[in-house]
Design a protein around this ligand. Structure first.
Ligand SMILES: *Cc1c(COP(=O)(O)O)cnc(C)c1O
Length: 231
């Protein structure tokens, strides 16, 4: 994360973005989908503001971060420079960070449990503000992973929309790392379609082209843009 991180300095962000956009366009064409229907969410976690700025200078405006605290340290200054940024939270949200998250993020992609949904509704009732929301589906039913189990998805989506009147506009998933992602993309797509939800956030550096074939409207790409995160 330091500005002296050589792996970051050497990464040609603009060249990577050009290549990824070409791949996205080709995947859209092959799937006979409109190129404008797929949004590239640039995942900037673990990269410092100077490195992230390269993507902003290149014209990118949609970004994803997975930790509230890290985003709070990085994005206010970048937003001053680039006011039309759209920032997505793509990591788990604890309810004690909810106020900070709502203040920072334009979209929360990780609504994953009733407690969080109710807290978002209460905060909306108290303040009149709520970001756009996606519900995270744990398509692989992995114990360690956040998200609503597929069998509970219909009830949860309905509860969020009809009872809590939350602005749910899409679904997101993170397929298991060691599995073929296609069945997970298909499952997410089916659940979204039966609820009339047009936004499907799926696909990362390794599989965003496949995700587009299966209907992704938002692909979340980090490593392929910014280089390795060097944990
Ligand atoms: C880190 C992360 C990504 C990006 O992953 P890459 O493999 O680096 O493209 C996408 N989605 C989520 C939820 C992430 O946490």
């Amino acid at each position: 994360m330091s500005s002296h991180d050589l792996s970051s300095d050497k990464t040609d962000v603009a060249a990577n973005l050009a290549e990824i956009q070409n791949n996205i366009n080709a995947a859209c064409d092959a799937a006979e989908r409109n190129r404008d229907d797929v949004t590239l969410v640039c995942v900037s976690k673990n990269h410092d503001a100077d490195h992230v700025r390269k993507a902003l200078v290149d014209g990118r405006r949609v970004f994803g971060e997975n930790r509230v605290q890290e985003a709070a340290g990085k994005w206010p200054e970048l937003r001053d420079e680039f006011p039309d940024i759209e920032l997505h939270l793509i990591g788990p949200l604890q309810t004690n960070k909810l106020k900070d998250a709502v203040a920072l993020f334009d979209v929360i992609e990780t609504v994953d449990r009733p407690k969080l949904a109710k807290a978002l509704a209460k905060h909306r009732d108290n303040t009149g503000t709520c970001p756009d929301l996606f519900i995270q589906i744990n398509t692989g039913e992995e114990e360690q992973k956040a998200g609503i189990a597929p069998k509970d998805a219909d009830d949860f989506i309905t509860m969020c929309r009809e009872e809590l009147k939350l602005p749910i506009i899409g679904l997101m998933c993170i397929p298991p790392v060691d599995e073929e992602p296609a069945p997970h993309f298909t499952l997410l797509s089916k659940i979204a379609d039966r609820h009339g939800l047009k936004i499907k956030s799926m696909g990362m550096s390794g599989d965003y082209e496949a995700a587009i074939r299966f209907g992704a409207t938002h692909v979340r790409v980090g490593t392929a843009i910014f280089g390795s995160r060097g944990y």
